[in-house]
Design a protein around this ligand. Structure first.
Ligand SMILES: C[S@@+](CC[C@H](N)C(=O)[O-])C[C@H]1O[C@@H](n2cnc3c(N)ncnc32)[C@H](O)[C@@H]1O
Length: 315
């Protein structure tokens, strides 16, 4: 039996789950954090089990999410590299700087001043990756962050981080937005980098509305185009399952039709290779290889290169 973090399949009981989510399909969490669900589960679980001990770990959140404490660096690198690829971050654990594919701190910097204060909020972060933003949200005053992400590796990366922190305020559950019932509402709902993976924007906006408390806020982040919205023929910037690249007006309209008010565009920024790039912790190809080498304003498929927008709205 592996010795895992306390959110693990082996140790997690319904009693440990975040409160108030009794109507959620939490049985899927145990089903999915399981070798029968993913062939690499045991490798990842063993990696977590092999994490070296740390004396009195301490969380320090800045642009890097850091865990301070004495730990064997070589053993730590070996264990964490088994959870490759690390996409969202950066993290620093002991002396190990986990340079992730994304400088997610840059996205946080673009939104933190513009959103309603998170103080005391219970937050739902849809498509939360490994939970990096959850730590930023808690540091901004949130009470609890329930992250959901169907990619099991990202749930395991969160378990590795939380192996040291054992912080029951930041969750990464292997669930999809379409599996959540509308029975529980949150003070803030984040959907960042998810909507263009969903076939129906209207349905996604409706789900965001259902999951937000009256008076609560939604933060919607998406790839957008500055021209007319389009549907990629096959891939977009080498990504499969990108259903549509909208104009911000289309996103505003979806939010308005779902019932949201006070819709604002906080930011529109071109994604740069400084923000998204390959690193020793994400050794696969990244944005650079997704752009036309002759014309960096285009993707390799000939579409406009990724620009991302952040919108907020109130229910
Ligand atoms: C582009 S990443 C964005 C991660 C993070 N939110 C950010 O902004 O950096 C999209 C994430 O959404 C997750 N995802 C894909 N389909 C989803 C769904 N139906 N429900 C929830 N998350 C989903 C993916 O596993 C992936 O981690």
């Amino acid at each position: 039996m592996y010795e895992l973090g306390f959110f693990s399949r082996l140790e997690m009981t319904h009693h440990d789950y975040p409160g108030g989510l009794d109507s959620w399909p939490l049985h899927l969490v145990t089903q999915r954090l399981n070798p029968d669900h993913h062939g690499d589960y045991n490798t990842w679980a063993q990696a977590i089990a092999s994490l070296p001990d740390m004396d009195s770990p301490r969380l320090v959140v800045g642009n890097e999410v850091q865990i301070h404490g004495n730990v064997d660096t070589d053993q730590l690198i070996l264990a964490l590299q088994k959870l490759h690829p690390w996409r969202k971050g950066p993290f620093r654990i002991g002396q190990v700087k986990l340079q992730t594919e994304w400088r997610s701190d840059l996205k946080w910097a673009r939104l933190e001043q513009g959103i309603a204060p998170l103080t005391g909020h219970r937050i739902l972060d849809i498509g939360c990756g490994n939970g990096y933003f959850g730590w930023r949200m808690l540091n901004a005053g949130a009470r609890e962050v329930i992250g959901i992400d169907p990619t099991i590796l990202f749930c395991m990366q969160h378990q590795a981080i939380n192996h040291y922190l054992r912080d029951a305020r930041n969750w990464v559950l292997p669930l999809k937005i379409e599996e959540l019932p509308a029975t529980h509402q949150f003070d803030s709902v984040f959907s960042m980098g998810v909507i263009y993976h969903r076939k129906s924007f209207i349905e996604h906006a409706r789900q965001l509305f259902d999951l937000t408390k009256l008076g609560g806020q939604v933060v919607l982040e998406s790839i957008v185009t500055l021209g007319e919205g389009f549907t990629p023929e096959t891939r977009y910037a080498r990504m499969r399952n990108v259903w549509r690249i909208p104009h911000t007006d289309e996103l505003k309209e979806c939010l308005r039709n779902a019932g949201f008010q006070q819709i604002k565009v906080l930011d529109i920024s071109q994604t740069t290779t400084a923000e998204q790039h390959s690193t020793p912790w994400m050794r696969f190809e990244s944005l650079q290889q997704a752009l036309d080498p002759q014309d960096l304003s285009l993707t390799v498929e000939g579409y406009p290169a990724p620009v991302r927008a952040i919108l907020t709205a109130i229910k």
